[in-house]
Design a protein around this ligand. Structure first.
Ligand SMILES: C[S@@+](CC[C@H](N)C(=O)[O-])C[C@H]1O[C@@H](n2cnc3c(N)ncnc32)[C@H](O)[C@@H]1O
Length: 811
């Protein structure tokens, strides 16, 4: 089935929690830490620290170059036209020297995070500043990469309102990515432009160029919550979703609406950065964060590649680290003195060396902010049964849908299915309810009287045995559940199990001998070819009867995508009329537009070697996604695409046979896909759905889910209708209908080109289930509209018509 097929189910569940890796950043640091300073930072418990790539010497050199260039131009007595001539040569920063940096390759280099000079301004309005900044960036990234640094944080633009300058920034990043083939670049941006969250310190553009907390407060302007995300989106789009480009999000003091939090959740987050200023003090005077911050951290930390935490300007500061150097040196010299003399230091030596209490103080160096985050780490909810580490590894991992009809599944794949009890429990519930109804309502059964049996008065159920068939039995778990339901309800059964996979059939034969007491009629066949059950007691004459309850589980992640409708079409003629039933009775496919940048990037990387990368509906444990639409009246977030109901009342082929006997269907084919006969035309579906998006965003494709009514129990004696027995993978329904069911991951219909969604846009989705009598595929198209007035709606973007025909499911 196009469900997830290779995780370890529930067995791997361990009651553990996500780990926080916490780093330390000092925005005032101008030199890389020495080894002993770095060791000291680790003493506090931090896992890593940031280091500036260049130092004050370099900064002064660049500023001097900027000044001398401006002075030179001023001194040259150029005319206004000469000065404005774009060909006037600008300055070039000479190469780095060892005076310009204190970062060198060394044993700690891979746990050092390099931080680009915060004084560059790639977003500058002044072309000279922009050019110098771009040069600094390239020099720094190239040098950090040479040293072996794994990731480089680049300060984001300090504003977002000028698209031209955002583009200029993005181009510089795209160029920097080429300077370092293996290094990760991380753009540091605020979650939104919260006053107080700005980068401090002047840039080459000078003081007062960018808004500060004070200036924003004076201006009293409304904050555009999505502007920083918009900037990020422009930059990463210009960099073609480069897999080495990440984002570090500065967490604000006041968290924004959840839509924006989820937006960032879906992005390739590398660091969450927390400045001391966003913490509040608890009653005991220690730093703490609000409940909503805790919720956000807990959510972000459950991502498979969870972001690292970066504590900014919370200490230890330069003075403490300098102290550390003295301390380390004195410990070293004291121990050298002690070991060179007696076994024990003299009293005088002991007195002059750092005291044991001092030593203790230093070793157990603590930082209140660090301790608080460690406390939050401990306080997280343990992983639930559906968050096993194996399941977590499948987060956002693309799987090609299974084709159980065309291919034969492996035993291990069946074992994975069998690892999820929820699906089987629901099936057993449905089968039990159906049997109980049969008994209570005296429904007829299709079992034929055995020869010699006494005649039974008309109107009473002749034979109380139900004829049940499990078609597509796999290794038999549903057969076991049918037997259990029969025992629980006291309804005797005649049971058939059909399987077309010859290997699974061998397993079924053994199960029948060892577990089912040889009571099951096993047939190795494609269910569409089955001639029907030969009634028990009539083997000699080969008298075929009907099936009262047909149990199948041929559902895929999108319901019908593993060709359950086509398979059931082929066997439904054996279902007794009018009372016979199919379990499931119906299933529906559902869609929701999503932003999925990480997986989009993955597919974009595959596309050059896989022409169907964007034309394949992928099975994927959707995790780092942002549901971009909002629930509004008439337009829910998850919408039904279509439905299949079984058995079909007037099936085309049966109708044809009734009219023409077994003559081959000949329709001329004009109305069917690619002029096919139209045998499967009744399984074609189409939907056109409208979703509404309030905040602006981007869409990378459609998330697909399914629901199925396994059985709707008959009304109770008092007339009330019991709840149907259902399974669902819809995020808003799964807990109610089939909690903790992990048998199916959702499906993802990607878009080749992401669609930008302006504020208050409407997304219209057209989807088709297509068939040409030999295969089934999907086609999908997405269009985006905005209202340009009371009555005028404008289309602002549209995808191409995608089609999975090249990777269609074979009937
Ligand atoms: C998703 S598996 C379910 C197996 C088992 N019922 C369970 O729930 O674990 C679907 C099974 O149906 C079988 N199958 C699919 N199409 C079939 C067909 N047309 N005729 C017979 N078996 C079929 C496959 O080989 C596979 O064993």
């Amino acid at each position: 089935m196009s469900r997830q097929s290779s995780h370890g189910g529930y067995e791997n569940y361990q009651a553990s929690r996500p780990t926080f890796y916490i780093g330390q950043h000092d925005s005032g640091r101008t030199d890389a830490l020495t080894d002993s300073q770095y060791g000291r930072v680790l003493d506090y418990g931090f896992s890593f620290a940031t280091a500036p790539i260049t130092n004050k010497h370099f900064h002064d050199r660049v500023v001097a170059l900027q000044k001398s260039y401006l002075a030179d131009v001023a001194a040259r007595d150029l005319t206004a036209a000469e000065r404005a001539n774009p060909s006037l040569p600008g300055p070039t920063i000479p190469t780095l020297t060892d005076d310009d940096t204190s970062l060198f390759p060394g044993p700690n280099i891979t746990s050092i995070v390099a931080y680009c000079s915060p004084w560059i301004d790639l977003y500058a309005a002044d072309p000279l500043v922009a050019s110098l900044s771009r040069q600094v960036l390239n020099l720094e990234v190239a040098y950090a990469s040479f040293c072996g640094v794994r990731s480089v944080i680049i300060p984001g633009p300090r504003a977002d309102d000028d698209e031209k300058r955002v583009a200029q920034y993005g181009r510089a990043i795209q160029e920097a990515l080429r300077q370092a083939a293996r290094t990760i670049l991380v753009i540091h941006l605020p979650m939104y432009r919260e006053p107080g969250l700005e980068e401090k310190g002047d840039t080459l553009s000078g003081a007062g160029v960018y808004p500060t907390a004070a200036s924003t407060a004076v201006a009293g302007e409304e904050i555009d919550l999505y502007s920083a995300w918009d900037t990020w989106h422009t930059v990463r789009s210009m960099c073609a979703y480069d897999p080495r480009l990440f984002v570090a999000v500065r967490i604000p003091k006041r968290l924004p609406e959840t839509e924006l939090q989820t937006r960032w959740f879906a992005e390739p987050l590398h660091y969450l950065t927390f400045a001391a200023s966003i913490f509040q003090q608890n009653r005991a005077g220690f730093p703490s964060l609000s409940k909503s911050h805790q919720t956000l951290i807990n959510k972000y930390m459950r991502i498979k590649n969870a972001p690292y935490v970066l504590l900014s300007d919370v200490g230890p500061d330069a003075a403490e680290l300098a102290d550390a150097v003295d301390f380390h040196a004195s410990v070293a010299s004291a121990s050298a003195g002690a070991s060179s003399g007696a076994d024990f230091p003299s009293l005088a030596e002991a007195h002059s060396s750092p005291s044991s209490t001092d030593k203790k103080k230093h070793r157990s160096a603590s930082n209140a902010y660090f301790s608080y985050l460690k406390y939050l780490e401990r306080e997280q909810e343990p992983y639930t049964a559906t968050e096993t580490s194996t399941l977590a590894t499948f987060q956002d991992w693309l799987q090609s849908p299974l084709q159980p009809l065309a291919d034969n599944l492996e035993s291990a794949t069946y074992e994975v299915f069998e690892g999820d009890p929820v699906k089987y429990d629901q099936y057993e519930k449905a089968i039990t309810a159906a049997m109980a109804d049969w008994k209570r309502l005296n429904r007829p059964s299709s079992a034929l009287p055995r020869s010699g049996a006494a005649a039974v008065p008309a109107g009473t159920p002749t034979i109380p045995e139900l004829v049940v068939a499990v078609a597509g039995a796999g290794r038999g778990p549903l057969v076991t559940r049918v037997i259990r339901a029969s025992k629980a309800t006291g309804v005797p059964i005649q049971l058939w199990a059909l399987e077309k996979n010859q290997n699974a059939y061998v397993y079924l034969l053994r199960m029948n001998k060892q577990v089912w007491g040889g009571k099951v009629h096993l047939i190795k066949t494609d269910m569409r070819e089955w001639a029907g059950p030969i009634a028990e007691g009539h083997e000699a004459t080969g008298t075929v009867t009907k099936v009262d309850v047909l149990v199948t589980e041929l559902l895929g992640s999108f319901g019908d995508n593993e060709l359950s409708p086509e398979c059931l079409d082929g066997i439904q003629r054996h279902i007794a009329r009018p009372h016979g039933i199919s379990i499931p009775q119906s299933y529906t496919a559902h869609l929701s537009p999503i932003s999925y940048p990480k997986v989009y990037a993955e597919l974009a990387g595959r596309a050059p070697s896989d022409e169907n990368a964007f034309e394949t509906p992928w099975v994927v444990h959707l995790y780092a996604i942002d549901l971009v639409s909002q629930k509004v009246p008439g337009h829910p977030r998850f919408q039904q695409a279509w439905e299949f109901v079984h058995p079909v009342r007037l099936p085309f082929v049966e109708d044809w046979n009734a009219q023409h006997g077994l003559k081959k269907v000949q329709t001329g084919g004009g109305g069917a896909m690619t002029l096919a006969a139209g045998l499967n035309e009744h399984n074609v579906r189409h939907c056109h759905l409208k979703f509404v998006c309030r905040p602006r965003g981007v869409m990378h494709g459609l998330a697909g889910y399914f629901e199925s009514v396994l059985y709707q129990p008959a009304p109770a004696a008092n007339g009330s209708t019991p709840e149907p027995v259902e399974i669902s993978t819809r995020p808003d329904q799964i807990d109610r209908k089939s909690k903790d069911m992990i048998s199916w991951f959702p499906i993802f219909f990607p878009l080749k080109k992401p669609l930008y969604l302006p504020q208050d846009s409407e997304i219209e989705v057209s989807m088709w289930r297509q068939t040409d009598d030999s295969k089934v595929w999907y086609e999908w198209l997405v269009e985006v509209f905005v209202w340009a007035g009371q009555s005028s709606r404008v289309k602002v973007a549209a995808s191409e018509l995608h089609s999975s025909r090249n990777v269609a499911c074979l009937m």
